[in-house]
Design a binder for this molecule. Sequence first.
Ligand SMILES: C[S@@+](CC[C@H](N)C(=O)[O-])C[C@H]1O[C@@H](n2cnc3c(N)ncnc32)[C@H](O)[C@@H]1O
Length: 282
Amino acid sequence: MENTVDGRDTIALYSLLEKVYQDSGHDFRGYKRGTVTRRLEGRLYTTGARTYLDYMKFLDDHPEEYQRLVNALTIKISSFFRSPYAFQQVASLVLPELVSHKKERGERSLGFWSSACARGEEPYSIAILLAEFLGHELKDFDVLIYATDVSRQVLKEAQAGIYSPQDVEGLPSAILENYFAHRDQSYVVRTDIRQMVSFSYLDLVSTTKPPFMGVDCIFCCNVLIYLQRQLQEKVLGMLYDSLATPGYLILGEVETPTSSLNEKLECLDTKAKIYKKDRTGG
Ligand SMILES: C[S@@+](CC[C@H](N)C(=O)[O-])C[C@H]1O[C@@H](n2cnc3c(N)ncnc32)[C@H](O)[C@@H]1O
């Protein structure tokens, strides 16, 4: 009974999340309660802890549990071109404008950021989209796709760029043939596509200063939904500061961002939630 989130248990839950933050730096205090408690249940069960207090004691005795907890609390479901509509809109609304802006100014750099990259499906999809869009002009640009995530486990897998047949299911055969090598039972992302992506650890929630500046296009998809409103605002503010001018923010079809975003950014597509920053401040 003590594991359920009723009035009594909220304090214990807060103490646990506070402890996790103080001891490991991972800040789940502003995540939506329902997701956190559901996911915690699994860790309590596995570790044999009956209450949040028991689990706090377990963490003290088994510090390696912190990483398992982070893995349990982060949902990593993803897929290549997860929202085909959003990628299609990026190809038709964002890339033509962005690339012609770069050409006009004689700039060669194209900076993208997949800010919750999971196992790499999203940043590699961005790389493939750019390769398809730019064709032979790809070599004229210095493309860099930052890919960050709070889970070190997924980052390791993402870096390897190796996927199962199920992972690539649904990809058009031309994309599969052109951008993946079929090895044994796996599909490996082509080396030049992998080289466009730079993976690193980053906690969107704890980051106060923008880790990257002047990014042309940021993807922040299927991660804000796990955060409480106030925290969503904070993360969006940091992403805004990271954007170049002009710069584009892609939230995807699932996120429901706060209305204040419309005050700072121009919404180019309400369904795919594609926003444009075309002036500083705002
Ligand atoms: C459901 S996946 C979404 C992956 C991809 N963006 C997509 O749309 O398919 C959510 C990802 O967000 C990551 N995540 C959760 N909290 C995070 C945080 N505070 N900072 C960075 N990444 C976080 C998880 O580890 C997970 O890989």
